[in-house]
Design a protein around this ligand. Sequence first.
Ligand code: AMP
Length: 511
Amino acid sequence: MTTSFSNLSLADPLARAVAEMGYESMTPIQAQAIPVVMTGQDVMGAAQTGTGKTAAFSLPLLHRLLKHENSSTSPARHPVRALVLLPTRELADQVAEQIKLYAKYTQLRSAVVFGGMDMKPQTAELKRGVEVLVATPGRLLDHIEAKNAVLNQVEYVVLDEADRMLDIGFLPDLQRILSYLPKQRTTLLFSATFSPEIKRLAGSYLQNPVTIEVARSNETAANVEQRFYAVRDEQKRQALHQVLRTRGIKQAFVFTNSKLGCARLARALEHDGLRTAALHGDKSQDERLKALEAFKKGEVDLLVCTDVAARGLDIKDVPAVFNMDIPFNAEDYVHRIGRTGRAGASGLAVNFVGGNNDAKLVADIEKLIHKKIDVETLAFDEDRPRARHNEGHRLYERQGQERRERHAHGSEVPDRVFESRYSRPVRQVPRDPFFDQPYEAPSTDAAPSWEATVKPPSGARSISANIKPKRKVAALFSADAAPKVPVTVPATGPAALPTQPAQTGSDGLTD
Ligand code: AMP
């Protein structure tokens, strides 16, 4: 199979954009999917973000839409021809940005709509006409209901991160959206895994799809050093400081299992004097985009986040990932540590193994990644004999000494110049009992937090609050529960469903 873009006969404006991006050869998902999508066939692709899948579907899709390209200012000449659906705002934004780059030398218009933002500018953009619309399901339905988006000329629909959309409970919204689209169309579905629910979704909405599978979802990159440390919950923050300092880490993702834990930790680290931003579902859209931007620019050192918030985010060169909580789902572990060691760079994944159920969760990870995990003891600096202080700590002490000497000589250079970010000692703050509380991981029995925060559905979107997330999916596949869109797959009882609750990483971070 060829891996050179030049053999694809991509239209010139697209080939030019690809060359400008500096892509030398196709990634495996691109090499397999692009020729298939070019022929208009449906695709069911197992590929994660980071594999180049956005280009894999958008380049051939744009190529085929070029026949509609025109410079007319009339909105009627720019109907929505391709719809790309994603589970979260950040992913929608990221994919839309990439599509804009690929289409920059064409006259095809693209736009993105997601919740948490004022509808007016989105409405104005939609009314001007766009060929490629990237959206999260909830906000798209709002625009459909407001008659801002007309989808009867859609030729392509992409269901991206489909497994996560189902986990979040978007199935009813997807069914409604798909019911507005012409039957004659190309449907592309991408998912990290082909679970039974995904297969049923594909069975209902894809026609003779070509199945493409790249990189198994349980692979962890060989260039990521994975460390597991046994640390008591109340010492995790101290452990984080220590590893940052001793390893000289400048930027990192810090994962927690809950929104509450995320907000608390971010606040505490900020108090400690670290430049920290939190990324979770209770943050406003504006705050989240700003946090991401600041992290990308290097203005923020630690991005404390939950799984859904961070899933698929393509931020290059993050040197380390910390798991303050071991994720409930082993697959989320693979996603989390996939944030580091990208594009061949070496990365570090540090995991703090506490009490509760962590030993079992670590065993699950071990099983999934087929690697033996050694849980080490982390010796805290104050526990170590001085002779064993490592280089990072010596540097920390030396800088402190230099600072003291300069002060003694009346230097006007401010303190911080002599402090590397992580060599800064933890700032003494007034005691706040809030931070003395042990770090709280959510109980596995608790209802998923997004159950409480997902926008209450209305009309055809409605579903009993008593049905657990995975069951919702099953129930909705049954003939009774999906009245608007006939689903041909037979009803499946809960017994056939995975027993693991779908709570991990689902933190209400939808639109
Ligand atoms: P994606 O999986 O689509 O989110 O892409 C992940 C990253 O890979 C993005 O930053 C893309 O710009 C980049 N990328 C996509 N295709 C290629 C390619 N063929 N060569 C190098 N980088 C690529």
